[in-house]
Design a protein. Sequence first.
Length: 273
Amino acid sequence: MSAIRLSRVRLFIHHDSYAYLEHRRPLTAALVRVAGPSATHIVLCEDMKQRLLELYGRSLQVVVVPNSTNTELPFRQPRVRAKLTTIGFISNLSRSKGVVEFLDIAERVCSARPDVRALLAGPISEASLVPVIKQRVLTASWIKYTGPVYGQDKSNFYSDIDVFLFPTRHADEADPRVINEALAHGVAVIASRRGCIASVLEGGGGTVIENGVNFVRDAEELILKWSEDPVVFASMSAGALANSARSSASHHSGLRAIIDEMVGTPKPPSEPA
């Protein structure tokens, strides 16, 4: 970084983790100091910006560009859900991402509501989970595991579910693309309070379950409540679509400005007064 500063090249640092934003870390502080006051720090939400400023220096140049600006668009026209029939989870399947909690929620919800089913997708990233997932999926008629999905298959996964569950405890969690993708498809979200998730969902279309409470119990209660009230649930689905569209549009100019700075695009001349 020192060589970059000496060469007068603009330095952009993209922050994609909360691991060093819970507490001040000496290594991060050293990297920020070496980057210098002219570096531009790109973060994913306003909360991330405030934490970076508080922990590593109020004079930093920080720009918010959330992942909603580069979320893959649905392959099909997204729709407002009129009824809750399918819950889903997609991620790199690990304990820290919450796959076991999802399986627990799915079992309880589908037992209480036989007309509700569950879909699970993503690569299994922990070898010890392979027999767990295999046993629980094979012994249940109400859940289907599709394995890893990409491109149109991933978009179809979101189109086929009505509620996306994300009980993550992952230390690095910041602004999960899976949540932004779910919102873009009109899928209501129930997620734990990690990273930028609360900032994303306060725009509508989802609910955050606080850390330290029983996620499985609270998520089950909320899903059963939504399944009994189609009007309320349709409003949540519509809120997801509106949140996604609003967030992408409102931050697009910031993304464009950063790209222009990176490639050296000259600014248009100002209008005469």
